[in-house]
Design a protein around this ligand. Structure first.
Ligand code: UD1
Ligand code: CA
Length: 441
């Protein structure tokens, strides 16, 4: 077994049009739980060996500018431009310029397969290394293999090549072992193949799959790594497949959480992103949507109808109730935000109580700036309060209902910001009398 990290470089193909999405946005930027498909792929590649500095090359083409902008946040990712999309083999040959002097393993994957797990790619890298392969193809067994490239084997079981759906004969069409489009290559051994690829096929494209036949002809070692869970290889080509991948991702997350002691009252109406951590004995009530990266403690009560938009931390024994939206908020333990509130860009201490209908006003639509507010331990906010950022409310501050808080408040103070209540005795009777008089005139 491999205890050591296998060093490799990744090439991620993401230049394709994605015509079937019927969208003005590049396909790989369509999102699942607020993260682009390509983000899921890059994160998974980076998680193969966490903390190691894996370099990835992303082949961009359609919508290149937008895709490159998105990738700027990844320091270990560089982009190469495939001006014309002449096929998957051509895409890799564009990346090959960057890999000229590279010796070692190249992992090739696609930017539109967000379910492929780091652990699966790691297992494939280990298999490739262990067997000293020149080419390893990730394959899957599909009952309905239509549309995929088929793995063609010789009498002795060895791989002869990959035939695309459109080029397959009747005999090949019944093959159920398909090409998932993920490969490990011993780069120095196969890099010359990319100079020799031909496009004499039904689509007139340079096929990456042809390197398998090329390697076989040169007596190089080609094996397939058969993936156990074919769901992981789902490629997104349409909105319907996007919804399908979202559902698979969410169900897997809910199962994992329940296994770790989190109660999900209604799995059908609850969505939780894979990047969210939740502690044991927390209960998630129905119709809760948790997107982005969040950390929720143990023994919390969340929902029904709560909305987390990412970068939210909630301490143990806290409560987030119905129609509460949270974004970029850090909340301590034993704190309650129970009803109808928006908490955005705020830090709340422990034992804080937020009354119903409290809004954290964090955004100035003219300057487009977002500001943060801080509520220290023990603060209590009356219902229907607006906290206008940036303000700091020190320990145990008490805010009266209906206040609009625009200034900092010192500890243990009452802050009240509303016009004093006036009473006009018999005002209603006077009004009615006036009305009656008018009627008589
Ligand atoms: C490809 C494989 C097929 C496999 C299937 C798995 C080839 C010839 N076929 O087919 O055997 O079963 O994936 O899903 O490789 N891309 C570029 N530049 C291009 C063309 C494509 O970057 O010029 C990118 C696309 O953005 C996409 C990936 O390569 O991310 C795969 O391309 P796609 O056209 O979807 O290949 P398939 O026809 O699905
Ligand atoms: Ca295609």
């Amino acid at each position: 077994m491999f205890n050591d990290k296998i060093s490799f470089k990744a090439v991620i193909l993401a230049a394709g049009k994605g015509t079937r999405m019927k969208s003005s946005k590049p396909k790989v930027l369509h999102e699942i739980f607020s993260k682009p498909l390509l983000g899921w792929v890059v994160d998974a590649v980076n998680d193969i060996y966490p903390q190691s500095d894996t370099k990835s090359i992303v082949v961009v083409g359609c919508g290149a500018g937008e895709v490159e902008d998105y990738l700027k946040k990844y320091e270990n990712v560089s982009c190469v431009l495939q001006k014309e999309q002449l096929g998957t083999g051509h895409a890799v040959s564009v990346a090959a310029e960057e890999l000229k002097d590279f010796c070692g393993t190249v992992l090739i994957t696609c930017g539109d397969t967000p379910l492929l797990k780091a652990s699966t790619m790691r297992a494939m890298l280990e298999y490739h290394t262990e067997h000293n392969c020149d080419v390893t193809v990730m394959s899957a067994i599909f009952e309905n293999p239509f549309g995929y490239g088929r793995i063609v084997r010789a009498q002795d079981g060895s791989i002869e090549g990959i035939v695309e759906q459109k080029d397959a004969n009747e005999e090949q069409k019944v093959i159920k072992e398909i090409n998932t489009g993920v490969y490990c290559l011993k780069w120095e051994s196969v890099k010359n193949a990319f100079k020799e690829l031909k496009n004499n096929n039904s689509q007139g494209e340079y096929y990456l799959t042809d390197i398998v036949g090329w390697a076989k002809e040169k007596n190089k070692k080609v094996l397939s790594f058969v993936i156990k869970n074919p769901d992981e290889t789902l490629g997104i080509n349409s909105r319907s497949q996007l919804a399908c991948a979202t559902l698979i991702m969410k169900n897997e997350k809910l199962e994992e959480l329940m296994e770790n002691g989190v109660s999900i009252v209604d799995t059908l109406s609850t969505s939780i992103s894979p990047d969210t951590q939740i502690g044991a004995d927390t209960i998630i009530y129905p119709n809760t949507y948790i997107s982005g990266k969040n950390k929720i403690g143990s023994n919390c009560k969340i929902g029904p109808f709560s909305h987390f938009r990412g970068d939210v931390e909630v301490g143990d024994y806290s409560k987030v109730g119905n129609f509460v939206e949270l974004k970029n908020a850090k909340i301590g333990s034993h704190t309650n935000v129970s009803h109808l509130s928006y908490v955005g860009d705020a830090t709340l201490g422990s034992n804080v109580n937020i009354g119903a209908g409290t809004i954290f006003a964090n955004y100035n639509s003219i300057t487009k700036e977002k500001k943060r507010s801080t509520l220290k331990d023990g603060v209590s906010i009356g219902s229907n309060t607006v906290i206008v950022a940036p303000v700091e409310l020190k320990e145990n501050v008490f805010v009266g209902a209906g206040s609009v808080i625009t200034k900092d408040v010192e500890e243990n103070s009452l802050a009240l910001c509303r016009t004093p209540q006036k009473e006009y005795p018999n005002w209603v009777i006077k009004q009615k009398n006036l009305l009656n008089k008018k009627g008589e005139e």
